[in-house]
Design a protein around this ligand. Sequence first.
Ligand code: BES
Ligand code: MN
Ligand code: ZN
Length: 492
Amino acid sequence: MLVNIALQTTNPPTGDLIIPVVQTELSSRLTELAQQLPIPLAVLQRDFKADAKEIFTLYSAEGAKTYLLGMGADPKGMDWLRVFRRFFFDQKAKLSAQVAIDLTQFEGDVAENVVVGVRWGGYDLKLYQTDKPDVPVFFSESGQLTLRVSPEVEPVAQEALARAEAIAQTQRQILDLMNAPANYKQPQTLADWAQASGKQYGYTVTVLDKAELERQKLGALLSVSQGSDVPPVLIITEYKPADSSSVLTVGLVGKGVTFDTGGVSIKASSNMHLMKSDMGGAAAVLGTVEVAAKLKLPIHVVGIVPATENAIDGRSTKPGDVITSYIGKTIEIIDTDAEGRVILADGLGYMVRHYSPDVLIDLATLTGSVIAALGYHAAGLFTANDALAGKLIDAANQTGEHLWRLPIWDAYTEDIKSDVADVKNFSGKPVAGAISAAKFLEVFTENHPAWAHLDIAGMAFADTEFGSQKNATGFGIRLLTSYLQTLIAESR
Ligand code: BES
Ligand code: MN
Ligand code: ZN
């Protein structure tokens, strides 16, 4: 995937040309294009409606292609990404080494989603197939993509391109991590990834190993890991800008369960293989910290990932066990399959006690209940802070990673009251599971005034057009990056 991408304000070089076309004022645009291409206007009008993802291909006598690429009406940021991802995924084998995209009709910032879409189109799931198909020439080292933009928007487009390259390159690695099965991905694998990234992009990564977790009494994380042969870790990543005086601190906590069997409360086998993706929150957090560091954002970001397997063994935590979390609160384990909230209890507690962030956000593939409520089209957003909710939802609408707010009223606290411990990890009732999970987490934020929980169970690993089984979506990285950028813009 080494195609080089550059901007240009003059005519495109030789090779294939892609001209995105929106449906607004289509007929005058088609008239222009009919003259430019050239092709009879009547043919163009008949055969090309500019619906989203529609393709009209024209060959020159020399064999070079011009593609008109339909964008639909009024495409938003994520529509650009989707159309271009789809196009490059489908057409990659047919493209020449040199491709140009004519963006002269558009604002400079569309370049961001176009470039992320192109890079993503080159991604495939065949990580472990030994029979590797040849890398398409366009996506090889000799590939060259030129974005043609008008001179007025060049500076904006240049920035958009840099941002896109940073995000796309991080996202690709995060997709690989998410799609990796548990025998290729252990808690230490996530720690190794973070450490290599921290070294490369200049941010601090500290990994607490099992002995250290015992010494510092992260009892909740340890209890979940007890049934596994692979040791747990707490990964702490911290990016501080060069001038860190008077910048906000954002704390991100991500659930890093590298495989969730359910433990003694074992899951049914039919969909258990999907539980290799139970570290989607961790992936979003690790990816966002890397992007923040790459882009040198003027904001202090701390990312904490409690990472473990939830496996089954004679030493596994058993239903009814009472454990003591990092902040000292005791938890009665009713269901060992409600393990995400248990490890997040320590992740959140550690974040609050050590970093007192101004804003605290956790992300987790936490409950089947949120999928029952929202399906695969939005993540659940839980926060008592209206301003924070507003900003997160705005960012989500921008990137197309939708959030829908659900209540966390105190009425739901009933569900996590234990007779024997401070809290219990499951209500035992088949209702409002995503909400009681959020109420459980809230306890360990120690009344943080700007805390939000994102239940991304339906969004991190999902059916896509690009595979026959559920696969990684990279959910959260663009959303959180966009949220950080809003915070920065506001504090200026
Ligand atoms: N990792 C699962 C939640 C999940 C389900 C993520 C489906 C992605 C797709 C979580 O650890 C879990 O098992 N939750 C249980 C909690 C219940 C036992 C209280 C659930 O939602 O069923
Ligand atoms: Mn579980
Ligand atoms: Zn889980």
